[in-house]
Design a protein around this ligand. Sequence first.
Ligand code: IMP
Length: 181
Amino acid sequence: MAEITIKGLTFEPYISQEEIAKQVERLAAEIKRDCVTDSPIFVCVLKGAFVFASDLYRTINMPKSEIAFIRYKSYVGTESTGEMNKILGLNDNVTGREVIIIEDIVDTGLTAHALRSDIEVMNPMSVKMATLLYKPESLQVGKVPEYVGFEIPPKFIVGYGLDLDEQMRGLRDVYVLKKKD
Ligand code: IMP
């Protein structure tokens, strides 16, 4: 894995696809073990979580489960704007269902908090969150996610679904923004 420079920013390898695959296996086993029904609904938060959700959902492999998609936007470049814009809402019926939100990364917690609140008003049986990455030092609002792949320091990450202004989502490994020397 080599460094990648894009838009004048250099990213270095941080988490390999093999390490990611291991955590996906662990999270899938934990989620399956904790489900109290055989037909939970997974809610993938676009766009960032689409790669993780695809791997996690197929690893969980519960034939009666469903997957839905929702989209919020709060980031521009490498910074959160602090404002939540709902781009795509949830049309699926979650009333009385076990809901597991699949996120790519929980940073300030604003997106996760807004999502949970929006889903909770629909009276689900329960709402839990699975995230590939979690930055505990950045959390400002809301709960700690129930399922966390990796706890990381407050650094800017790309790859495996995560972007810098829509680019680099297709990298198989996770990269971190390198500090300028
Ligand atoms: P939060 O609302 O601040 O917790 O941020 C949530 C959203 O911001 C995530 O779903 C990502 O789309 C984006 N985000 C947060 N941190 C990063 C990062 O390090 N790299 C890329 N996107 C990020």
